[in-house]
Design a protein around this ligand. Sequence first.
Ligand SMILES: *[C@@H]1O[C@H](CO)[C@@H](O)[C@H](O)[C@H]1NC(C)=O
Ligand SMILES: *[C@@H]1O[C@H](CO)[C@@H](O)[C@H](O)[C@H]1NC(C)=O
Ligand SMILES: *[C@@H]1O[C@H](CO)[C@@H](O)[C@H](O)[C@H]1NC(C)=O
Ligand SMILES: *[C@@H]1O[C@H](CO)[C@@H](O)[C@H](O)[C@H]1NC(C)=O
Length: 595
Amino acid sequence: MLKIPLIISCFYVIASNAILYDSFTGKPVNKTLLKIYETRKNIEICTIEIKPCEPNQWRRVDGSCTNPKYPSRGTHRTPSHRVLAPVFSSDYEPRKAVNGGPLPLARKLRTELLSMGKASERSITQLASYYMIFMFTDLSAIHEVANYIINIETCCIPEGQYDNRCIPLKIPVDDPVHRYSGVRCMNLTRPLSYQTYGCLDNGTTFERMVIQTPLYDLSQTYNPTPGVIDHIRTYKNGLMIEEEEDGQLFPPTDPDSHMCLLNQPPRENRCFKYHINNVMSSNLMNILFYRQHNQIARELYRLNPSWDDERLFYTARDINMAISVQIFFYELLPIIMGKKNMIRDGIIGDGGFRDLYDESVEPRMSDEYVYGLRWFHLIQETDLKLHDKNGHYVRSFPLVNGTTRTGFLAIDNNMQHIIQGSFRQLGGKFDQTIDYDMADRILGGILHSSDVTASDIEKGRYYGLQPYVNYKEFCTKKKYRSFADLEDSFSFESLNRLMKVYKDPRDIDLIAGLWGEKYVKGGKIPETLYCLLVEQLKRTVQSDRHWYERHNRPRAFTEEQLKAIRQVTIAGTLCYIGDFVTEIQPRAFYAISNE
Ligand SMILES: *[C@@H]1O[C@H](CO)[C@@H](O)[C@H](O)[C@H]1NC(C)=O
Ligand SMILES: *[C@@H]1O[C@H](CO)[C@@H](O)[C@H](O)[C@H]1NC(C)=O
Ligand SMILES: *[C@@H]1O[C@H](CO)[C@@H](O)[C@H](O)[C@H]1NC(C)=O
Ligand SMILES: *[C@@H]1O[C@H](CO)[C@@H](O)[C@H](O)[C@H]1NC(C)=O
C-alpha cells in the first residue's frame, strides 16, 4: 500500500524534473487525478513519466518526444487514431444489424465467405508473410490473446457465462467442420481498453489500450516498457546482452517463464525474458534483428573506437530501425500495394531525402490500419518446408505448432532450416481461401480449436468498427446503399456470397467486405484496405520527427549514409545475420526464377 505513493513522490521530486503524463489524455496528471489512480492502484498503467524533450536527442526507446509538442504521444499506451468514429449498441456491445437484430455469427460468416484450402502464390515467397508479421508486432502485442489462453480459461464453460470479460464465438450446429467434433464454442475475450484498467470510467467511450508504441521503431526488439531496456543493454560498446546456445546467439532467456506454452522440455527451454514470445515467424525475425543490432554496433566500434557506449548503442539502433523500415516501405509494400500507387500517394519517395514532418500531427496508429493488417491472414501458408544450408529439403513443419515456442528455434538447426525455407518456399495465394490451420487451429496445441478469421470479425465488432460500406464511402466519396452499388468492386461470386449472409449492405463487417473486394489497380490487396493503409502510412511519416528519411532530424544520416541504407535488402540482411545464408536470390520476397 505504501509503495506506490512513495514511487510517485519520486516521480515528482527526484527524477530530474520528469513529468507524469496521463496515458489517455496525454496531459500532465494533476493531483485530483493522481488521487483517483492512487485509490485504484493503477498509476503505473495509466500514466507515464517523461523527462523533458531535448531538441537534439536520439529517438528514445520509450517513444516519448517523437513529437515534442505532444511529449507522451508515441509511447506505449498512446490511444489509437480512428478513421471513423466507433459505433456500438448499448453498453458498448456490438452494433446491431439494420433491421434491429443481431449481426450474423462470426463463425458462420467465415465458413460462408471464405473457402478452406491450400494454394500458392506463384511469385511471392513465404518470407514476405514473415516480414509482414514481424512489422505487425512492432505495433501490436499479443496481450489480448494471452488473456484468453492464460488468464481467463472459462469462457466456453458455464462458469464463464456471466463473465463480462468473455465474448466466446458460438459455433452453428451445421458448421462444416465442427458438426463432427462436438465443439460448440471457441474461446475469446473482450479487447482490453482504458476502461479495463480503470484509466477511464466505465460507461465512457471504449478506447483500446495498445502495448507497443504507435511508431515503426522496432518496439518488439528494444521493448519500450519503461526501464526494460536497462536489462537488455550491456552498457558496453553499444551492445545488447546475448546468450550463446549451440553456437547461436539469442536474446536473454528466462527458463522459468510460463509464456512459452508450447516449448517441449527438456530439450526446448529457451524463452524470451524481455521480449514477447510470439508466433514463430515473428520470434525468428526478432532474433535476427536483435543480432543485427550487435553486428552493427561491433562494426561501428571498429570504425570509431573513440565513440562511447551511448553513441554506439543509439547509432546502431538508429541504423537497425532504418533498415527494418526501408525493407518494409521500399521492398515489401511496393509488391503488395503497387510501387506507382505508393509514389502517387506520397508513401514512398524517389530516392533522396524526404521531409514530410508536421508537428501538428500526433504520432498515433489508426485502429483501422492495425485491424486491416488482419486481412493478411489469408495469405499465410502454414505448412513450412524446412531446408538445409545447401538448399535441400529437410522436412515439413506446421507453423502453428511453433507459436509461443521460442525454444524450438534453438535446437536441431531449426532456425537455420526455417530461414533457408523461407525464401525457397512459395507463400499462400492472395485470394479468398484460408489455410486449414489458420481456420481451425491457429493456436496449435494451446487450444483445441480456434479460428483466427472468425475472431477477426468478432474483434472488429467489439472495437466498434463501422460497417464496411462506410469505409468504402470514406475512400471513394460515393454512396453504397444497395448491393447493386457494390457491383463494380466485387466479382459476381463474391457479391453473391455476401448477399447470402447479410440482409443489408450496411450490415457488412469491414473485414468481411475486404475478403471479397477487388484488388487495387497495380497492387495485390483490396481497394479499401489499400486506402486504409495509405491513410495511416502518411500519418506515420508525417508525425515522426525521427523518420529516417529526414535530412534535418536529430542526428540525421548524411546523404551518403542514407544512400547506403537504401541499398539494404532483405536478401542482404539475411546474408549478414541469417545462419549460414550464403546463397539467396537478390529480391528474396520474390520466388526464385530462371532470371
Ligand atoms: C484534473 O485533471 C482532470 C483530467 O484531466 C480534469 O478533468 C480536472 O478538471 C483537473 N482538475 C483540476 C483541479 O485541475
Ligand atoms: C469498471 O467495471 C469493472 C467490471 O465490472 C470493474 O471491475 C471496475 O472496477 C470498474 N471500474 C471503475 C473505475 O469503476
Ligand atoms: C502439432 O501439434 C498437434 C497438436 O498439439 C500435434 O497433434 C501434432 O503432432 C504436432 N505436429 C508436429 C509435427 O509437431
Ligand atoms: C477453451 O479453453 C478451455 C480452457 O483452456 C479449453 O479446455 C477448451 O478446449 C477451449 N476450447 C476450444 C474449442 O479450444
